[in-house]
Design a protein around this ligand. Structure first.
Ligand SMILES: Nc1ncnc2c1ncn2[C@@H]1O[C@H](COP(=O)(O)OP(=O)(O)O)[C@@H](O)[C@H]1O
Ligand SMILES: [Mg+2]
Length: 501
């Protein structure tokens, strides 16, 4: 009897303590770090604690970011890269699927490499690697992107020809390459297979023919994006500040994935040679945004990199609007997952299954506005507390491309004193552009309007803007429609026209 009562008491006591030691957010000492050695992200929702991120307290520096279109994934990535660069001098390489980071990178003084629009990479380049290792990587990419793994004979022929091409170009297979010599290209590989075909002695000509056909998709004139001499040294990217590699000019997903895999492989190899050392900090962040084939396939280097944790001294950021495009191994291995708004039940289930958060968090994620986020952290600690917490919003640090239209000069003193009347309207370039399009203006005229505003350092008096539009022979209807869409009243619009006349 006595024993039982003690047990009851203890289990009561225990449950109370469990509750007390399981507050809704991780203890503040895990969220607040030395500001000179961490990156500020936002305030936590419940205890209003400034959450700062550092790679030192998590199991690895890799990050997954999910959320519907417009939820703020790219915004988070830009903010994060900017601050990491201030704090640790971290380099950034954005593998830019759709070219959506380009204007930001340009504004931030970064470098843009546009594949297929002047820049090329030879996927047989060695950047100091052993040819045998590069040959394996190329075969790995072909495994992911083509059906070659279903045809062992064709696979063998292709692998052999790649190695032979290296040997013919004077690269011993097991020796790290010196940079002076020029690497062969896939065209050399195809030629070798074609010669074999011509000899006519090979037992399975159909296999040979198919192997050639498959490689030709990467070597055909006009589509030989990866089989020309490289215009850039991918090995140097990890120390070049901010770089975006624009893949939007490539013709399709396979080409983009081919480039992305090659870049990941090269960076991984480079970083493996340098090795992780805490004192060297976070040398680079590599961003893969919407790269579904690359983030989803078990055999992809994106997964190897995340699985191998801290080995490479760089952090991989994988972002997608469709969480099921990201392999579960990524969620279960990354040190940090940032969840912005998720809508579809299927995606929510997948995330909850992967990260095991509460139904409370789940319902919050479904209601998020732009920039609000739940964060899952795998801290380096045995202490138990909930891993997922909510941020009010991600506090941004992005140089916005804003254009301002000032109306103060057309307001009378009463209106000027009225706090509820807006004195200037600011728009992101993209938003102002769509207003101009909706007002029925053509692209040439829109270009001129932006040029006029750029001339004025992007701050223009509304009278001057309207005057220049009238000078461009833009109809009054279009101008009125634009001013209305900006938010001006008809009274004000009429008054503006009296100034212009
Ligand atoms: N935390 C935030 N604070 C302020 N504005 C934001 C925030 N997150 C996103 N935005 C704005 O919302 C829009 C969509 O964000 P974006 O990052 O492009 O979304 P996604 O990449 O998820 O499609 C952009 O105009 C962006 O500037
Ligand atoms: Mg985006």
């Amino acid at each position: 009897m006595t024993l039982l009562r003690v047990q009851n008491l203890m289990s009561n006591e225990l449950s109370k303590r469990t509750f007390l030691s399981r507050p809704p957010e991780p203890p503040f000492e895990f969220l607040i770090n030395d500001p000179s050695d961490s990156v500020f992200i936002g305030m936590t929702k419940i205890f209003d604690i400034p959450f700062t991120w550092t790679y030192t307290t998590v199991t690895n520096p890799h990050i997954a970011v999910v959320g519907i279109t417009g939820a703020g994934k790219s915004f988070f990535v830009k903010t994060f890269l900017t601050r990491a660069s201030y704090i640790w001098n971290t380099n950034a390489i954005i593998i830019d699927w759709a070219g959506e980071y380009l204007s930001w990178v340009r504004q931030s003084g970064g470098v843009i490499v546009s594949l297929a629009k002047g820049d090329y990479i030879n996927i047989m380049d060695l950047s100091g690697m052993k040819p045998i290792d590069r040959a394996k990587q190329i075969m790995n990419s072909l495994d992911i992107l083509t059906d070659i793994s279903n045809y062992p004979e064709q696979r063998r022929l292709t692998a052999e020809a790649i190695e032979q091409a290296y040997l013919n170009a004077g690269f011993p297979l097991a020796t790290p390459a010196s940079s002076e010599k020029e690497a062969p290209t896939l065209k050399d590989v195809t030629s070798l297979l074609e010669e074999k075909m011509q000899e006519g002695t090979y037992q399975y000509p159909a296999e040979l023919e198919n192997a050639i056909y498959r490689l030709r998709q990467f070597t055909r004139e006009g589509e030989d994006y990866f089989s020309r001499k490289s215009t850039i040294d991918i090995g140097k990217l990890s120390s070049s500040g901010l770089v975006a590699i624009d893949l939007s000019g490539l013709p399709d997903e396979s080409f983009r994935a081919m480039a992305a895999l090659f870049i990941l492989q090269t960076l991984k190899e480079k970083m493996r040679m340098e090795g992780w050392s805490a004192s060297k900090g976070l040398k680079a962040l590599v961003v893969l945004d919407e790269a579904w084939k690359v983030a989803g396939d078990e055999r992809s280097d994106a997964i190897t990199i995340v699985r191998e944790g801290r080995k490479y001294q760089f952090g991989l950021i994988v972002a997608s609007q469709n969480p099921t495009d990201i392999n579960e191994a990524i969620f279960s291995n990354v040190g940090t997952t940032v969840m912005l708004r998720i809508r579809f039940e299927k995606f929510m289930k997948y995330m909850q299954g992967s990260l095991n958060f509460s139904d409370y968090i789940r319902s919050e994620i479904g209601k998020f506005g732009v920039g609000q986020a739940a964060v899952d952290m795998s801290f380096n600690t045995a202490v138990q507390f909930p891993n997922v917490f909510i941020l009010d919003r991600i506090v941004g640090e992005v140089p916005l491309d804003t254009y301002t239209i000032a109306i103060a000069e057309v307001l009378n003193p009463d209106e000027l004193a009225e706090r509820s009347i807006v004195k200037e309207y600011s728009f992101e370039k993209i938003d102002l552009n769509s207003k101009l399009v909706e007002s029925g203006l053509g692209s040439e005229v829109i270009g001129k309007i932006f040029a006029k505003m750029d001339e004025k350092n992007r701050l223009i008096d509304v009278r001057e803007m309207v005057k220049s539009m009238v000078d461009m022979n833009i109809g009054r209807d279009s101008i009125v429609s634009l001013l209305r869409s900006i938010g001006l009243s008809d009274i004000l619009i009429t008054r503006i026209f009296t100034y212009v006349r």
